[in-house]
Design a protein around this ligand. Structure first.
Ligand code: 13P
Ligand code: SF4
Length: 547
């Protein structure tokens, strides 16, 4: 973007001299085997990707190996490409309907057939389009992106021309050696036949755009085996060709495969609404570990964070425990390592260790008791009054238990970053707007937050309290995902998050797509070494016996 001087005339006729950022347009000259071949008018970024993508999508090269030499000179933006003689064939250029008249150098051969069998859900397409549009930085400039169901947007490029944007993405895909069979190409522009041609040459199975395709685009995509989707807006879309690749009802598909494989889906109260809706059980850490121990299902799909799935595996070692996104960890669990705990134990050899369930299995294996926020007070009260106790890792939950039980404990220094976004000041502000609302918070919150609350409860404890309460308005001091369940169970009551920033990024990693893939592939699996699992189980079993 470049700043230019402008005269700005506002709606109230206010006139001012100012500057405006506008996209740059420069000629990018491509020389082929020493001769001028074509000049593309484009935004002068990613010119290497543009040249390679252009040559591939125009059928002038087949892959990056066809390029013998490539030089980019920044000032002039001249790209010299030497391609082998065999890859050059004479063919008449076709003037297309592209803005400012595009040119097709070589039509698509009849042999181009995309046979990829991968399926994609309509829900994924909507989500990717939404994500794609948030990437766009330049008003009035076209964008294109390569995406997949697991990582979302992988490559994003912009240009003044929609074809150039696609060529840049294609070039980058080639340079990075990305396999395209299970990928999706997104574009902000309308789908013309040359857009289909470019995508088909890359071998991409799906092209998605905001507007509709032309008749020639549909015809070409049909012949080439490509799925084209247009008019993607607020959850709706039109699938024009090869509709077999699109799963229109992801939920039905998950239910079907779940039945066939005799699987059960467990979801924590902080999961996305749509994940909670498909789950067989939604609950807090304690409830979910009980469910995992009781179920006779062969497969448990655990929608939560890593320590929860690990606990399920420890309690059901013979079952397959799947985690739709294995990267969903818990920062609090990461804050106290087994080495830290061993050192504290060495400093207090006569102390028992009570670890919050939000710990890695190695820490549980070094602990005498486990607890959750629902039974922490009960577990500590069950220990003899003079017993010295080390509590790990949550210093806030530990502090809450100390105040509830009157016991002394040695606290380790962990905390939940998500719950720290909730402050007494923030709560006061909401309370001013809703003076009748009851304040319900999680004991992972700080002491100041708990002090201004009406009740500090585990997530299931909150659900029970609110169901039984006569009050109709509640300020919810925990991860915002629980409000989905609260609204479902209490449609007549009002809920206000104590902090809209209380969103646990790890809890949100699980999506419907990932659940489907986990069920289909039976991956990623949770495995816990037998000896560590045995030791950790002792601490968990002691907790379950008490609660
Ligand atoms: P509970 O659902 O057990 O209250 O736990 C909250 C939590 O932070 C889980 O990570
Ligand atoms: Fe961990 Fe906090 Fe997320 Fe719970 S909400 S998983 S404690 S980071």
């Amino acid at each position: 973007m470049k700043n230019v001087n402008i005269l700005k005339i506002g709606s109230s006729q206010k006139v001012e001299k100012t500057t405006d950022a506008v996209p740059e347009e420069k000629p990018v000259q491509i020389k082929l085997n020493g001769k001028d071949f074509v000049t593309l008018l484009s935004t002068p970024t990613d010119t290497k990707e543009l040249a390679i993508g252009f040559l591939l999508t125009e059928g002038l090269i087949k892959n990056a190996d066809d390029i013998v030499n490539l030089e980019v000179s920044e000032e002039k933006v001249i790209i010299e490409v030497r391609v082998s003689r065999e890859s050059l064939q004479d063919s008449p250029a076709i003037i297309t309907s592209g803005c400012g008249r595009g040119v097709i150098f070589r039509p698509l051969s009849n042999e181009t057939k995309i046979t990829v069998k991968a399926k994609f859900s309509s829900w994924l397409i909507s989500r990717l389009m939404k994500e794609f549009l948030t990437y766009s930085t330049r008003y009035g400039v076209h964008s294109a992106a390569l995406a997949d169901s697991k990582k979302g947007i992988l490559i994003f490029k912009e240009d003044i021309g929609r074809h150039n944007a696609i060529d840049k993405v294609v070039g980058a895909t080639l340079l990075q050696g990305i396999e395209v069979a299970n990928k999706i190409l997104l574009s902000t522009g309308r789908i013309s036949s040359e857009m289909v041609l470019k995508s088909a040459r890359l071998g991409i199975p799906i092209l998605v755009a905001r507007s509709c395709p032309t008749t020639s685009a549909i015809q070409l995509a049909d012949t080439a085996g490509m799925t084209i989707i247009g008019q993607v807006k607020a959850g709706s879309m039109n699938v024009y060709t090869h509709q077999r690749r699109i799963i229109s009802n992801l939920v039905e598909r998950i239910k079907e495969i779940k039945e066939t494989k005799h699987a059960i889906i467990l979801a924590h109260n902080y999961q996305r609404g749509e994940v909670q809706d498909i789950a067989d059980f939604v609950g807090d850490s304690l409830d979910l570990s009980r469910k995992a121990a009781q179920t006779d299902a062969k497969i448990i799909v655990f929608c939560g964070v890593h320590f929860m799935a690990e606990t399920a595996k420890i309690l059901s070692p013979d079952k397959t425990v799947l985690m739709p996104d294995i990267n969903a960890g818990c920062p609090m669990a990461d804050m106290v390592s087994v080495e830290d705990l061993r050192q504290t134990k060495a400093e207090h050899p006569d102390a028992l260790v009570v670890s919050y369930v939000n710990t890695h299995v190695e820490v549980k294996a070094e602990s005498d008791y486990c607890c959750t926020s629902a039974n922490g007070v009960k577990v500590i009260n069950s220990l003899s009054p003079n017993q010295k106790i080390i509590f790990t890792p949550d210093k806030y939950l530990g502090d809450y238990i100390i105040r509830q039980t009157g016991r002394e404990m040695i606290l380790m220094p962990g905390y939940c970053p998500t719950h720290q976004t909730i402050t007494p000041e923030g709560i006061h502000q909401i309370k001013k707007e809703h003076p009748q609302a009851k304040i319900i918070v999680h004991p992972e919150c700080s002491q100041g937050v708990i002090a201004v609350s009406d009740a500090a409860l585990s997530t299931n404890g909150m659900c029970r309290y609110i169901k039984e309460s006569e009050a109709t308005e509640f300020i919810i001091g925990t991860e915002v995902g629980i409000i989905h369940r609260l609204k479902k169970e209490n449609p007549q009551k009002q809920f206000y998050p104590a902090s809209t920033r209380a969103v646990c990024p790890n809890m949100k990693l699980t999506t419907l797509e990932k659940i489907l893939f986990a069920l289909e592939d039976e991956e990623p699996k949770i495995e816990v070494p037998h000896d560590i699992a045995q030791k950790a189980k002792l601490a968990i079993d002691r907790m379950l016996a008490i609660s």
